[in-house]
Write a protein that binds this ligand. Sequence first.
Ligand SMILES: Nc1nc2c(ncn2[C@@H]2O[C@H](COP(=O)(O)OP(=O)(O)OP(=O)(O)O)[C@@H](O)[C@H]2O)c(=O)[nH]1
Ligand SMILES: [Zn+2]
Length: 398
Amino acid sequence: MAEASMGADAARLPGWRGSGLAGDSRALAMRAVHRAVSDLRRGTPVLLDAGGEALVLAAAETVGARGLADLAAASLAPPVLLLSAPRAASLLARPVPAPAAGEDAPVALRLSPALLAPEALRSMADPVAEQLLPEAPGIVAAPGLAGALSPAAITLAKIGRLLPALVAAPASIPAGTRLGLLSVGVSEVLGYPLAASASLTRVAEARVPLEEAPEARIAAFRAADGGIEHLAILVGRPEDAAPGGPAPLCRIHSECFTGDLLGSLRCDCGPQLRGAIARMAAEPAGGVLLYLAQEGRGIGLVNKLRAYTLQDGGLDTLDANRALGYGADERDFRVAATMLESLGLTRVRLLTNNPDKLSGLAACGVTVEGRVSHLFAANGVNDGYLATKKARFGHLLG
Ligand SMILES: Nc1nc2c(ncn2[C@@H]2O[C@H](COP(=O)(O)OP(=O)(O)OP(=O)(O)O)[C@@H](O)[C@H]2O)c(=O)[nH]1
Ligand SMILES: [Zn+2]
């Protein structure tokens, strides 16, 4: 069985699209998350509010002296460092006891005062930089201090494509508000991925003849928070496919700056992208390629580069993600389902080797009439990457 499961959230969410907030309240909730994420990315603390109980948080990767001072001024107790269990275990050089909330819940570490400083925090957050830490770093696991809000705190960091490592303390909301810190609700954070997919709307479309497909159009989709757009590349007229005939081809392609644009040999994305478009152009019913802003299986380009460095040190693509504190695959398929619905495509044949894409899309109500293999030969550099996809992600290589 595959160790990584993509789209599992969607599969657990019957009626997923209807369960989100509607209209204005959804846009307001998303805006609060988007603003909080922007502050975390620039090193400013934010308040995570569960109505009564609150945390003040700063991203270990970005916080500076000023941010730490603001965090201390809004805190009711000394801060801890929230980390994923694999990252914490690696820092402490031993397994850490699983928190009561379960295996995937973050772990809290109590830090010596010397470690509550920007450079040390960055080194603890980032396994690529950990050699900068002192030899006896003065870190103690404090599992009881992780608290009920810590999973939402980590989700917020992941939404911001930051390393999931946060300095966190119980907050005085009045003190934080006096300092001008933004506040975001736990339910707004946890509801964000669903809201981002459910609120996608088509905002522009144009004819763009492509080398492999002269009859192509690109449609752009934007979520209510104004985040990065997802694209649909329509080859021919898949929306006009005859009802009794074969379903149009569909490829769900996650953005890969290095492979798609630069021709990186580390992965197979470039050949898969061009190959899918050429394949669709040869089909009477055409097809659609959904180009999703999910770089690095949803961890973002910066973290993917970190993962590559870890892979050069011996980890495979799955363990490198985990070492950073991310899941093996952080992508969300509800985005693809919303786009297909908006394009009027209710049934597809999926160009993929990834069984989780088939089940993830089907869980969102799209009729998947079959899989079309999308294999390209190894190039001498990506052989290990392709072997890991088969052995550990359950990819169907045939
Ligand atoms: N985190 C991480 N992401 C990677 C790595 N190599 C490639 N990627 C990303 O993986 C994604 C490509 O996956 P896809 O081709 O969409 O899908 P797949 O899961 O391989 O399944 P297929 O449909 O069979 O191709 C892109 O977002 C790449 O940036 C890696 O080593 N680490
Ligand atoms: Zn790639």
